[in-house]
Structure formats: C-alpha cells, structure tokens
Design a protein around this ligand. Sequence first.
Ligand code: IP8
Length: 250
Amino acid sequence: MILIKLGGSVITNKKRPLSARRKAINVLAKNLRKIKEPIILVHGGGSYGHYWSARYDMHTKEKRYDMRGVAIVKNSMIQLDKIVLDALLHNKLNPYSVPPTDFMSGNRPIAAKVKEMAAIAKAGLIPVTYGDALWFGQKKTYILSGDKIMTHLAKILTPKLCIFALNEDGLYSDFESKELIYKIDNRRPTIPENAADVTGGMRRKVQEATSIARAGTSVFFVNGNKPERILEAVKNKTFEGTLFRGKRNV
Ligand code: IP8
C-alpha cells in the first residue's frame, strides 16, 4: 500500500483563484496508472480550498468560523475533487471518492473507516480524499489539511511508503542555490537549522513527514511536475527528492 499526496500547488495554479492545472493532473494520472500496487490518493486545496479559507480567515485551529466560509470551502473542494476524479477516470483508473467526512469524527480519524479504505484500495479501486473544512462540534469547524490526512492514514495503515508530490524538487538546505537535502533521518529529532524553506505550508509538510517517519513509514518529497520521480520512488530507485527515512524501512 502506498499513500500519495498531490500537493495543491501541483494540481492548481496558486496565483489564480479557482484554476486547476488540468494538464498536470492528467500527466499525473497517466503516471499513476503505471503503479502496480494498491494506492490511496490525497489531494490539497491549492487555489480552490486555500483561496476561500484565506478569504474567510479559516485555519487548522478549531474555532467558530463563518458558516458561509465553511459552506464555500467545502463546495470548492468538491469542485476540485471532481476535476481530479474525472482525470483519473479519463486515464482508465478507477477512483473511489472518499470525502474526509467519511472517516473523520471531529478531529479524529475513525480507524475502522480508514481500514475500509485500505480494503477498497486492495480490491483495485483508488480511494481519493482531500483537505477540507470539517465540523468539529459546538459550532466549531476547522481546516483539515491533506498533509494531516496523510499522517492519520499512515499511522493507522502503516503503508509501504508515503509520497508527497510537491511543486518543488524536495526540501532545500539553501533556497538561493536550491541545494536539496536528500535524506532526513527520523532519529534526528529536528529539521536541520539551515533548512531554508521550512515556512508555512512546507513547515507543516515537514512536521507531518517527520511524524509519519517516526511512526515507521518512509516519506518521500518529490516534484509532482516530474511524475516519473514518483514512479522511481515507488520502485525504490535512485530518485531526485528528499527522503524521511522511517524506522521500518531502515
Ligand atoms: O492543501 C487544505 O488542504 P492542503 C484544503 O493539503 C483547504 O493544506 C480546504 C484549505
């Protein structure tokens, strides 16, 4: 079992609200078809969910956000998910849409439902889920990121590996020279001080990747615009990107 997160910056144009990068999604779908083992896909919000959550000032913290914002973020994520699902179908893959409300209760994953996703993947379908605005309780809601979903799924399913397809080659030690950090050992508790681009979205990804690696599963950061690197990571070949080595894969 392999978990793959398609980053919002790969599948949408973050500079333009509500614009999907249909060509990139299509190329990704074509390449995913070459993976001959069960996969679960998670995708981010990019210029759909993130655009609206920023407009309505909604974050990952559980709060009483504007319900109009919740409704609009949710709707926009269904729109983006539909584009992803259509591209997968078009490329002869069999997606099985699983909105995160199916396996989350408040801010906790429902283990039985997550395990059901694995069974669905093993049966030849591709469960597809995504970051979203979710109900927490007592009129509070929150943004559940696709990165966090990766951690929830990885901890319950202990997959062979997790791949984050980014709009970058990996994690850079130096942003100017774009020198890549190739390996991050989970036994080293913190990200190197010199990691230049560990801010915002990347910081969260690194946190989730570290947490997944510590729980045992290796995590790869690869450039989603070069989907052959996803295949190389799956086949355990030399690849361009960053590896967070999990203890089960040492
Ligand atoms: O792009 C968040 O998912 P992410 C999606 O994985 C929303 O951070 C709704 C903002």
